[in-house]
Every structure is written in structure tokens, then in C-alpha cells.
Design a protein around this ligand. Sequence first.
Ligand code: GDP
Ligand code: ZN
Length: 350
Amino acid sequence: MNNLSFYGWNQNLFQLKQSSTYKHLFHGRVAAVNKTNYEVITETGLLLCEPSGNLLYGKSLFELPCTGDWVILQPFDNNKGIIVDILPRRHTLYRRKSGTISNIQVIVSHIDKAFIVQSLDADFSVRRTERFIVQLLEENIQPALILTKSDLKYNLHQIKESLKHITRQTPVYFTSILSPETIVPVRKFIRQGESIVFVGSSGVGKSSLVNALCERTVFPTAEISRSSGKGRHTSTRRAMVLMDDGGVLIDTPGVREFGLASENPEVLTDIFDISDFVASCRFDNCTHIEEPGCAVVEAVNNGLLAPEVYRSYLKLRKESWYFSSSEHEKRKRDKSFARISDEAKHIKKR
Ligand code: GDP
Ligand code: ZN
């Protein structure tokens, strides 16, 4: 018997189930999406499921079950089932290929926290981290940055400096699988019933981290190569692992970056820690590009805000505009993009 509350089943989901026509059937959570079936964890065990014809032909591709989804199903035989309904998604990660709806790809749903995993030896990028954080916060998923391979060479001072603006709302952990004590705080950060997704390029140490968190080998990894820090193992499939004391770990295949889902100026100003400056701009609708009395631009000129952080902010804002706006708005805004593309030209060279 599985206790589904360890997998995140709760009163909210129960309520959502009540509005389905199929509320009297079993429910379960999609643990993996294979080529020909779905692996669904139910109270009685793992079932291999296929979607009902209605689901398959009545839904768009991105509406079909994804890893993490809670589904309603009709079991048959010993270990099989037909998925007849999907509970509404919350806290979902999407990837967009070109900004159009048809190219939306669902990665994983019902996620509480996300570990942005980067390795200290080579992979670390603040700009990529900011990008992940923006999308995670928009879906109300709590991000944490995990910097792996802290036993290898890296410049601690430089990394801490570059992270200053995001640490206010994103916890940062330095880990090494060679030092179990560095894993403990990460484990403590995970609560029972929470779902945690790992995002990051392959080779950064996601599988090793999952193993270290579980204190057993749940994923194969390449042997540690101290000399290079480079790994041979690459994650190729999505997988869900239950930690002993609760907490569901989900490792997605090398997700490099997401498209930004929607424009949310507040999320962006928060992430870049510029809300205080924004509040001091002379105009309420200041775009922080070239308005007189813009406190953001002033902060850059006074050295209070790093120019690269400002540029990153403008870039991400531009992208999220692009993804979120309707065609009409897009045309209108394209004109202002032209202005932004000369971004920061008026900023003094430093
Ligand atoms: P994944 O592709 O992100 O799942 O990465 P893996 O967990 O397979 O790790 C890739 C390589 O990095 C393997 O050779 C690991 O042994 C190595 N690795 C992982 N974590 C650490 C660490 O903390 N320190 C060192 N030196 N190597 C690590
Ligand atoms: Zn301004």
C-alpha cells in the first residue's frame, strides 16, 4: 500500500477531484511518461496506464498527462489502467520553443520547490539562474540554487558577489557529495509531501544529489572524476523518487532554459532586487529606460546597481513581454522594443 499523502495528495486535490465526473474512481500521480504508457503511482501500487480515447483525441498535446499530474483512472488486469481525467494543474513548469501556444511543452506539474542545480567548476551562470527564478516564481514554485561540486576549484568571492541581488528570496546551497554535511541543510529544506524538481544541465550532479539526499543509490551516476569534474553519465528520463521521510524528488532531463511565461513586472523587480529604486522613480509608469527622474537608471550611474544586472533585467523583461502579449500588443510594443534594443546606451561607460 502506498500512502499517497507522501506523494503530495491533500485536501485541495481531494476537493478538485470532487468536481470530476469520474470522482468515484481511483486517483494516482504520474511518475513517468514513457513512449507507449504512463507510470502512475496509486494506493495499491504502480500501474501502467494509457489515456482513454476521449482524452487522447479531445485534448491538445500539452493537456495530456505529464509527470507530476494527478489523474483519475480505471484499473484493469493486475497492474494496468486507463486514465480518464486529469485534475487541474497547479505550479506547472512549461517550456516554450518559439513563443506560440502550439509549441508549449509541459515539463512537470504540482511542484512546490525547484532546485536550480549548477556545478561550481564550470556550469555556473547568474544570468541563467535569474531566468529560471523568474519562471519559477511566476508559477509560485519556490526556487533554491544548489551549487554542486564545492570540493573542486572555484572563486567563492566572485560567485557570492554575483549572487548578491538574488539571495534575498532564493536560498543558495553549496554542496559536495564528498561532504555529507553539505547535504544536510538541503534535506532539511524539503518538507513531507512536497514535490521538488531538479533543473539544470546534465553532468552538473543532479543524480548524485538525489542519491545523497536519499542516502542510497536511486539513480546511476558516473564515477567521480576529481581531476576534471566532468561526468559521463547523462540523465535521459524523467523520474520520481520518494524520500524516506517524505518529499518527492523529480529529475527532469537536462532542462537548459525555459521561455518566460508571462509578463509580471513585480516578479522581475523583486528578483533583481530593484523594487526600492523603482519606488523612487518620478513617474509611476516609468519603464526605467530613459525617463527623467528614473531612480533605476540613476542607481546604475551611481554604482548602486551593477550594469550587467540592469541589462539582464531589461532583457528578461523584453522576453516576457514578447511571450505574453497578444499579436496586437506585440506590434505596438515592437516599437518600444526598438528603443530598448539600444538598451543602456545612455548609461555611462564604466
Ligand atoms: P547529472 O547528469 O546532473 O545527473 O550528473 P551526475 O550526478 O551523473 O554527475 C555527473 C558527474 O559529476 C559524475 O561523474 C559525478 O560523480 C560527478 N559529481 C557529482 N557531484 C559531485 C561533487 O559534489 N563533487 C565532484 N567532484 N564530482 C561530483
Ligand atoms: Zn524608472
